[in-house]
Design a binder for this molecule. Structure first.
Ligand code: ADP
Ligand code: ADP
Length: 232
């Protein structure tokens, strides 16, 4: 089934002669259980697509269908609840809270929702992401790679059905990148999760089973990865 779908999605920044056409009539759907990479040059609309799909940024026109509902018609309160319960984010800038430890940051989405952690899932995330020895450290006591891994654990702690990742391995060395991408791929399969990842890195994109290429606010290529094709 389809996890999220954009229909005739348009996003302009500004209006009139100064308008920037960040998304020009984008039609795309993301299926459940699939890991999609979004590629394309800087300024082509990749971040805008993710922010708009997630309801962080309002659309100029068009529809965004998620779980049978149109996100573009939801109010801020409905969008906040949706993001908190169903959507995970991994940003390029980690957005960790500096006063809190790694463990507190990872658990923050649950703390905000007043929910308890699934300890087995917490442990699996911590072990796989190599964070066991860092749980009591604050962000400024962690390397960039460690901070990104904390941000990934935080994004996945609620087992969201949909995950948006913006350059998740941008600050990681190749060994950590491979671990993180392997983990995301495994998570897609085990949780029947949908992951949409913006990346400039062809190696990172090779972990995905579909690659979409953006240019100037439009999708100019949309291809299944060969390994995904072989599996179908
Ligand atoms: P990418 O993620 O591919 O680098 P973006 O989605 O960030 O591209 O940007 C697409 C276009 O929209 C670019 O021309 C960018 O400058 C513009 N843009 C993005 N965000 C804003 C904003 N908040 N205000 C004005 N223009 C923006
Ligand atoms: P990157 O391409 O490195 O992912 P972005 O293009 O997404 O970075 O920019 C980061 C932030 O700056 C985003 O919040 C985006 O909305 C904003 N932004 C991008 N381009 C512009 C712009 N031309 N004017 C204002 N804000 C912008």
């Amino acid at each position: 089934g389809i996890a999220i779908q954009a229909v005739d999605l348009v996003k302009d920044y500004g209006s009139g002669a100064n308008a920037v056409h960040a998304l020009r009539d984008v039609n795309v759907s993301f299926e459940r259980g699939r890991f999609t990479a979004i590629m394309g040059p800087s300024g082509s609309g990749k971040s805008t697509l993710m922010h708009t799909l997630a309801g962080l940024d309002s659309a100029t026109s068009g529809r965004i269908l998620f779980g049978g509902k149109d996100l573009t018609r939801m109010n801020d309160k409905q969008l906040t609840l949706l993001r908190r319960n169903k959507i995970g984010f991994i940003f390029q800038s980690f957005n960790l809270l500096p006063m809190f430890t790694a463990e507190q940051n990872i658990l923050m989405p649950l703390t905000l929702a007043g929910a308890k952690a699934d300890r087995a899932w917490f442990d699996l995330l911590v072990e796989t992401l190599g964070l066991r020895q860092r749980l009591n450290h604050r962000p400024n006591e962690l390397s960039g790679g460690q901070q990104q891994r904390v941000a990934i654990a935080r994004a996945l702690i609620t087992k969201p059905s949909l995950v948006f990742a913006d350059e998740p391995t941008g600050n990681l060395d190749s060994v950590s990148s491979a671990e993180v991408l392997g983990f995301l791929k495994q998570s897609v399969n085990e949780l029947d999760q949908t992951i949409v990842m913006v990346t400039h890195d062809a190696v990172a994109a090779s972990y995905a089973d579909r690659a979409i290429v953006f240019a100037d606010g439009r999708i100019v290529a949309d291809e299944p990865h060969p390994t995904a094709e072989a599996m179908n």
